[in-house]
Design a protein around this ligand. Structure first.
Ligand SMILES: Cc1ncc(COP(=O)(O)O)c(C=O)c1O
Length: 387
């Protein structure tokens, strides 16, 4: 199993925020650099003649990883671009509704707000409390918001604020039954849980490769079900925009394709230990780490409170702070943990700034969580233990 020596992270840090931006192993960074060098030897030859075939090869490998047909898979710089692409082209009018949950990533919520306001539509935000109960309760909490006016449903595959793994397959099945398009924000899913886009049944699925797949930054995918490929187009039109779905997205102007071209190196990095072993390692370490920190704080870790917790939390787990805090206090706590203790961990918001979100990746060890627990004690946050 690869360990921290495969990454270039600062070894003085306890880096518990893989969910934030991912981190690419050294060999993946080197592969990206090789592609950059190849491009700069003959930029015109590389970008015009070689790139289409190279992209098509990467697309094939990524499609296989996702169990998807390659004809539906295009590359974007990041999940934000993918969600905006779909949301900008949603058919919305006055009185229509867009359904979303209170776990939605703030940037995606902002995109939805803008689209709804421009169309005179309503944003319906469903509450999904944590602890979340089981996957049936989560699906019901989301689907209770469907109405005859719903024109788009947006759910996270794994939510940023909570790490909650949504039952997207069940939600997709009901949306399909009711004929309402579903966009799944899978920013955190690829590489954190198994994802099979062929059987998932969503209309649109957007996911980062630069988070849990550990590909270089600015690598993401947008998958569209066959019925949308005739009309969905990138936000930026260029040469291929009238030539069909794939050509329209493959060239949106000159940009650095090296991150996308290095994705196969990331896939091969994880294929060596095998995905099942990686998922088991990361889920188990996150669970143990959260248990340890929650034990120190004397508070709850909601992701593991239910029998099917394995499906409701994966490699990002929440631990509740002793009390909710203001955002400024949350940010100050993050800063002090970093500057005084070398611990990188986010405080997240769900019904208050009250959660530490702990990630686990192969480079982490239980010692990282022990360092966090000890830092929290020194900062006086374990004072209420047993109270
Ligand atoms: C759920 C979710 N959606 C979208 C994004 C945006 O990802 P990116 O910044 O790569 O566009 C994030 C980033 O953390 C996220 O957590």
């Amino acid at each position: 199993m690869p360990d921290a020596s495969a990454w270039t992270l600062d070894r003085k840090l306890a880096y518990l925020n893989h969910g934030g931006f991912g981190a690419a192993p050294a060999e993946v960074q080197a592969e990206q650099q090789r592609w950059r060098a190849a491009m700069e030897r003959n930029p015109a030859g590389f970008l015009v003649r070689q790139l289409p075939d190279l992209l098509s090869d990467v697309r094939g490998q990524v499609a296989e990883f996702f169990g998807a047909d390659a004809g539906g898979l295009v590359f974007t710089d990041n999940a934000t671009t993918g969600t905006q692409t779909v949301i900008a082209q949603a058919t919305l009018g006055p009185g229509d509704e867009v359904l979303v949950t209170d776990h939605c990533y703030p940037a995606v919520l902002a995109q939805l707000r803008l689209a709804a306001e421009a169309a005179g539509a309503t944003l319906r935000v469903m509450q999904v409390p944590i602890p979340a109960g089981d996957s049936v309760a989560v699906a019901e909490a989301v689907l209770a918001g469907l109405s005859g006016q719903t024109r788009l449903v947006v759910v996270d595959h794994i939510a940023s604020c909570s790490g909650l793994v949504f039952p997207v397959r069940e939600i997709a099945a009901e949306c399909r039954r009711q004929g309402v398009p579903l966009l799944v924000d899978g920013a955190h899913a690829a590489g954190q849980v198994p994802v099979n886009l062929g059987s998932l049944g969503a209309d649109f699925w957007v996911g980062n490769l630069h988070k849990w797949l550990c590909a270089p930054k600015a690598s993401a995918v947008l998958y569209a079900a066959p019925q949308w490929r005739g009309t969905l187009r990138p936000l930026v039109a260029s040469h291929g925009v009238f030539a069909g779905y794939l050509p329209a997205f493959d060239w949106t102007g000159t940009r650095d394709p090296s991150a996308i071209l290095a994705v196969p190196a990331a896939l091969s990095f994880f294929r060596r230990p095998g995905w099942d072993a990686v998922w088991q390692h990361n889920n188990e370490l996150a669970r143990r780490g959260a248990e340890l920190v929650a034990g120190q704080l004397g508070t709850a870790q909601p992701g593991t409170a239910t029998p099917d917790a394995g499906w409701l939390a994966a490699a990002m787990r929440l631990v509740r702070l002793p009390d909710p805090v203001e955002e400024t206090v949350a940010r100050a706590l993050e800063s002090r943990l970093f500057s005084e203790f070398g611990v990188v961990v986010p405080v997240t918001f769900h019904r208050g700034w009250q959660w530490l979100r702990l990630s686990a990746q192969l480079y982490n060890t239980i010692g990282d969580y022990e360092r966090l627990a000890s830092a929290l004690t020194k900062l006086g946050l374990a004072a209420r233990r047993g109270a």
